[in-house]
Write a protein that binds this ligand. Sequence first.
Ligand code: HEM
Length: 399
Amino acid sequence: MTSSSVSAPVSDVDLFAGDVLADPYAAYRSWRDAGPVVKSSVHPIWIVARYADVRAALADWQSFTSAQGVALTDEMNAPMIGSVLGTDPPEHDALRSVLTEKLAPRALAKLRGDIAERADALVAEVVARGSFDAVTELAQRLPVDVVADLIGLPAEGREHLLSGADAVFASFGPLDGRMQARMPQFMAYIQYIQSFDSKDKFTPGSWGAAVFDAVEDGRLTPESGMQLLNAYLVAGMDTTVNAISAYIRFLAEDPELWAALKADPSLVASGFEETLRLESPAQGFFRNTTRDVDVDGVLVPAGSRVLLSFGAANRDERHYPDPDRFDVRRNPVDHLAFGYAVHGCAGQGLARIEAQALIGSLLRRVDRIELAGEAVQHEHPVVRGLGSLPVTVVPAREG
Ligand code: HEM
């Protein structure tokens, strides 16, 4: 704390109200404009929404700890403590190192061809139909199969993965009616993953087998092994699905953007970063302050729960000029949609490969894409994304 610290402005916006979740960007702007940090009068939290402050807080894990959990409520933070998301260095680094090699650039390079083939087969199938739902019939299919195969899960039971990830992420928010409604899928998912309790349940050479090797040689306890698997399973599902769906929506709504990418497919990667910036699937996670912290002149007392709003930071006009505009040439690789620093997303390379493969294949196989109905937002307290995106396509002549 510095002598210049002042108290924070108060916001009475309920960030979990349905209308705010549907379109949170006006609220985000009001928080950024109010100051470097605002105090919520609705939930017992503080909110950091400006790009520079969110990034600085993510880097300062000593002051903004993850070791008390990254969810809103004590009830849901308790089971998270000790997991890869819910630890600080050095415990965190030991957990994260178990699968580092599997997600290193060399390992990912080997997956690229296979993922491109799978993506292309999925795209070929839906394009042949002419009209399809780009969320349920396309975006939802690739990440589930890719991640489940990498973890080494049998085909049977995978129907629990998407709905389970949805419920687990919802538990990071308020324990309200919305969460109550997800309890059956939450419980079914927990029961499903608890059945993977030994190495022989996983494909040889898989991530799951590597985690159980670490349990066998004492690097992990059986409990932390299960927590680690759960983290990789949950984190790699609807996050990637939602990012891909949002990208397809931008393309279907903007013929000029589609034409630009058709003319120069090397823009696909930059377009994906811009999608992540504008429609960040993980809108924000919490931290807890370990001491009095000065956030750009405003005091946040020790023991405060703080929302680091990635979604707000990524539209901060202090960092990105004309922040609400999709600019396919912006290539904002410093966005915070994957977090930053020690907890920065472990699967970001994989997510990029999946999305680029799918969009690349769409561009090759389709001449025109248009919305065929209303894009429907899926109401979720933490993960932003569409539930449905009906589109029609005109197949490419040579495709
Ligand atoms: C577009 C897709 C994705 C988005 C937007 C995303 C977003 C994020 C964010 C924001 C964090 C930081 C959490 C924090 O700071 O507390 C994170 C962490 C993590 N992500 Fe991702 N993620 C994506 C895909 C994936 C995939 C495909 C995997 C793996 C299969 C994955 C695995 C993880 C793991 C294990 C962590 C925890 C890292 C740690 O705590 O050290 N993610 N992700």
